[in-house]
Each structure stands twice: as structure tokens, then as C-alpha cells.
Design a protein around this ligand. Structure first.
Ligand SMILES: [Ca+2]
Length: 507
């Protein structure tokens, strides 16, 4: 369920485009609430999702510094991503929630049920008192995170662009073959075909493939064809699920042809994520689909085999109508909720803690640790110290507070050359200029939450059979016509359109 792979960068150039792009207006420092040094620290229990394999203890210096700055005593449960799904489910069901609990998706039916039952605080009347939470650059984040007009969560910031599965290609192979970086679907196709057929690794053996992916990681093709973000498309003022759209049929045929031309691995339909990565890292594939920061980490992996390797993330792909597409999403990933059993005074202390985390100072502390202890400044760059590793800075408070800029999607500049890093900064800027409607963003329907997973599974199975040539496209057409009449799908469509109309009315 982890939609975004989070490879946290560490040392980061202090160029204005990074630090200030998302939250340039954030100037106030310290917490929103003045901490009274005479008052005893407020004890808080919290949990969050951790991508680490080691977990900070209560004496971790970064955690301690957060305590000092927010007059709190923190008891943190770091929930490892490998077991998080079950653990959170059990925790929510038990009702034995900490003062602050992480929730990956507010649209999860269990969480929605708890919110409806009034288990969590409605934060709407409180958050306006916290200047860093009210940073104008975060206004969209709060708006999109609303449920029926109310904010029940403190969203965890995440950049809108640079995440999501989108192609990155071997620039060194493109250069060798005298090809430009593709901008259209057709050029993309031609590049993959050349990677397959023109011996880009120069060993005289027919041993390369175009693109290392499984069918599950090709969803962007459907979005390019449908000219929309997400699983829904706005047509004639009405929302339609893209699974039943004609444009999705075209996308499916594109994928089928690419598969038949050998541009993907032979076991395309069943490949696991780790296998896809292995193929790319083996230096025999022309690219793969990942969030942008992967272009640096995966280039490093391929360079163990081929020192010339250089993955370039595409800025966008143009669809058949000339429309540009690149993934973009909500300006957050995950949320923190406070159960109603927490007294109001403590709730205010929690919001003070969150407000500090959303200040530039708090964000820097969470991301890089303590100045001169965990990093030293050299030529405008933060260089991590050995102590930073010992103190698990990269696996501590930033699981609460992501950096308030693009660092998380750009990756760690110390893992590449300044030229390639700057190139990626420019690509991200280009991506930000691509405006694609995301009409279903923030919309919630119970029917969609409950019934869509089954429908989606059936559609995926059908698409796989078409690509593999096990059923005809005519059989697919019949299937889609039937699906349009399906009572469950019609219920979902009705509810989603109601939610969309409500959203329009509330704007
Ligand atoms: Ca070859």
C-alpha cells in the first residue's frame, strides 16, 4: 500500500529552488504556541510509519531536541513499513490509540468509519491559531485533506510533483543510438524498440529489452491516453472511471503491441517489483518507471555493471491528442490524527508540536538533525557527519515531517554529479508546468472504497489476458459493455459524481 517510495536525501544544496519552493512564506520560527519553561513537559504518545530497519530510542538526540523545542516528552512507536498494514489495522480496531496516530489513507473504509463515529478530534477550529500550519503555501494541502468540509488530520507534506511511477530511460543508450529524449508516446515507443533491437550495450548480442516493468507499473499509459490524473476523468461535466473509457482501450492496445514487439520482459504479467528492479540493475533494460529520486539511486546500481549508465526521468509524455502528461498528486502523503479521548489542553500541545515541525527550523531539524553535530555546512551544502548515521537522523523525526521543499523527490545530490542533479532540478521544474486535471482528488464515496477493489481486479485480469493474447479485443469490448451496466459500478459512479458536485458547491 505504499504508494511512494521514500528514499530520503541527506545532504542537500541550499539553492532557493529547493528550500523555498514549497514553503517560501514560512518565516516564523519556533512553535506556534510559546512554551512556558516553567511548565512541566507534556507527555505525548505517538506512532508513525518508518522505512528504517533500526529505530531511534527515547534518548535519540533529534527526538530530544524536538522535546526541548516543543516542551514535550515524546514516546514514539516507529512502525516498520514491512508489517505496518496489519499492525495499524489491529491498532485502529483495538481503539487503544496513542495521542497521535499515523494513517496512510483517510479514504480507507476503517478510518472513515472511525471518523464518522467521532473517534477523532475535528481540528478545524484549532489549526488556524498555528502560524506554521497556516503557511499560505500549505493552504491547498489543508483544503484537499478535508472530509465533508472539516480537517480531522494533520496531513504530512509531500511534494505534488516528482513522485509516482513514470519512465526514466538510459540517456547513455539514447546518446549512443543518436536519439533524443522522447516527448511523445510514439517517440517513447521508438526508443524502447531501439533499445531492444539496436544492441545499445554494444556487445554484439541480442540481449537487451526496452523497458523493465510489469503490467501493474504501466498505469501511466492509461493516464496519458485519458489525459487525466487518477482513476477518474471529467467528461461533459460528469465523472467517469477511466477503466470503461474508450481511451483506455487504445492504451491497452498500445501495451499489447509493445509486449508483442518484445519491448518488455517476457513474464511482464507476473513480475514482482524486486524482479523488475533486478532486470534494470543488470544493465540489460533501457529504463523503468519510478519516482524521480530513483534515477539517482538506480543509476548507482546499474553503474556497478556499466559505469556509463545514466537514467534520465522524462519531463512528460504527450498523448495522441498532443496533451502532456506527468503524474502529480496531493500535496501530502499520510496523516496524523488525534483521538477524542485526548483532552483539549493536550490537543493544543500536540498542535504546538506539529506547528514546530512545520516551521523551517523544525523541518530542517527533522530532515538534517542538529547543526555542527549531524552536518557541517560546506560551500552551501550540508555535509552529514558520522554522528548523523549513529544517531539515525535519516530514520527519525522526518517520518513525521518531510522537508518542506522538493528534496524528497529529487534525491541526495551527493550520490551524483552537480550537472545531473541540476538537470533533474530542471526536469522537475518542467514537470510542474504540466497541468493535468485531477478531478477525483480528495473525493470519497463509500461504494468506491468498498466495491472498487474487486472491479479493478477483474479489469486488471481482463487487460492481462488481452496483452498476452489469451482473449480477443472483442471479448474485452463485451466485458467493458457489461461492466458499464454493473450495479456496483453504477452505484460508485453515482456516489462519486455526488461527491464531485458537493466539492464544486463548497468551493
Ligand atoms: Ca546487446
Amino acid at each position: 500500500m505504499n504508494k511512494k517510495s521514500i528514499a530520503l536525501p541527506f545532504s542537500v544544496l541550499l539553492s532557493s529552488s529547493l528550500v523555498l519552493s514549497a514553503c517560501g512564506g514560512s518565516t516564523s520560527s519556533g512553535g506556534g504556541q510559546p512554551t512556558d519553561k516553567d511548565q512541566a513537559p507534556v507527555e505525548l504518545t505517538l506512532n508513525t510509519l518508518s522505512y528504517g530497519t533500526q529505530f531511534p530510542d527515547d534518548n535519540n538526540p533529534v527526538v530530544k531536541e524536538f522535546e526541548k523545542r516543543t516542551n514535550t516528552k515524546l514516546k514514539i512507536d516507529w512502525v516498520p513499513v514491512t508489517t505496518s498494514e496489519d499492525k495499524f489495522k489491529v491498532l485502529y480496531a483495538s481503539g487503544n490509540l496513542p495521542d497521535v496516530t499515523f494513517v496512510e489513507d483517510l479514504n480507507d473504509s476503517q478510518i472513515r468509519g472511525l471518523i464518522k463515529q467521532g473517534v477523532f478530534w475535528d481540528l478545524t477550529p484549532y489549526i488556524k491559531d498555528y502560524p506554521n500550519l497556516m503557511n499560505p503555501n500549505l493552504a491547498e494541502m489543508w483544503e484537499i485533506a478535508k472530509i465533508e468540509g472539516k480537517n480531522y488530520s494533520i496531513p504530512r507534506y509531500y511534494p505534488t510533483h516528482g513522485g509516482g511511477v513514470f519512465p526514466m530511460l538510459r540517456k547513455d543508450w539514447l546518446d549512443k543510438l543518436g536519439m533524443e529524449v522522447p516527448e511523445t508516446l510514439d517517440e517513447f515507443y521508438e526508443a524502447l524498440k531501439a533499445f531492444k533491437e539496436k544492441d545499445p550495450d554494444g556487445n554484439g548480442v541480442d540481449d537487451t529489452i526496452g523497458y523493465s516493468a510489469g503490467l501493474a507499473y504501466m498505469g501511466f499509459i492509461y493516464n496519458v491516453f485519458n489525459d487525466t490524473q487518477g482513476a477518474w476523468k471529467l467528461r461533459d461535466g460528469k465523472l467517469y472511471p477511466i477503466i470503461t473509457e474508450d481511451a483506455s482501450r487504445d492504451a491497452l492496445l498500445w501495451l499489447k503491441k509493445a509486449y508483442e514487439d518484445g519491448l518488455f520482459p517476457p513474464d511482464f504479467a507476473i513480475l514482482k517489483f524486486s524482479q523488475i528492479n533486478d532486470i534494470l540493475h543488470s544493465g540489460k533494460a533501457g529504463g523503468g518507471g519510478y519516482a524521480m529520486n530513483n534515477s539517482l539511486t538506480r543509476t548507482q546500481e546499474i553503474r556497478k555493471i556499466d559505469p556509463e549508465a545514466n537514467l534520465i526521468p522524462l519531463a512528460y509524455l504527450k498523448g495522441p491528442e498532443g496533451n502532456e502528461y506527468v503524474p502529480s498528486g496531493a500535496p501530502f502523503y499520510g496523516h496524523f490524527l488525534v483521538p477524542k479521548k485526548v483532552p483539549e489542553e493536550k490537543l493544543k500541545a500536540i498542535l504546538g508540536f506539529m506547528d514546530f515541525g512545520y516551521s523551517q527550523e523544525g523541518s530542517d531539524l527533522a530532515t538534517y538533525g542538529i547543526p555542527d553535530v549531524h552536518y557541517k555546512m560546506e560551500n552551501g551544502q550540508r555535509i552529514p557527519t558520522e554522528q548523523a548515521k549513529k544517531d539515525l537522523v535519516a530514520d527519525a523525526m522526518h517520518y513525521f515531517f518531510h522537508p518542506l521543499g522538493d528534496e524528497i523527490v529529487l534525491g541526495d545530490p551527493s550520490t551524483t554529479t552537480p550537472e545531473i542533479f541540476e538537470r533533474n532540478v530542471q526536469i522537475l521544474e518542467e514537470r510542474k508546468k504540466v497541468k493535468v486535471d485531477y478531478p477525483s482528488l480528495g473525493l470519497v464515496s463509500d461504494a468506491n472504497t468498498k466495491l472498487m477493489p474487486d472491479i479493478k481486479q477483474k479489469v486488471d485480469d481482463m487487460r492481462t489476458k488481452v496483452v498476452l493474447g489469451q482473449v480477443t479485443i472483442e471479448a474485452y469490448d463485451e466485458f467493458i459493455e457489461k461492466l458499464k451496466q454493473d450495479a456496483d459500478l453504477q452505484k460508485i459512479v453515482k456516489e462519486m459524481n455526488e461527491a464531485y458536485q458537493q466539492k464544486l458547491a463548497s468551493q
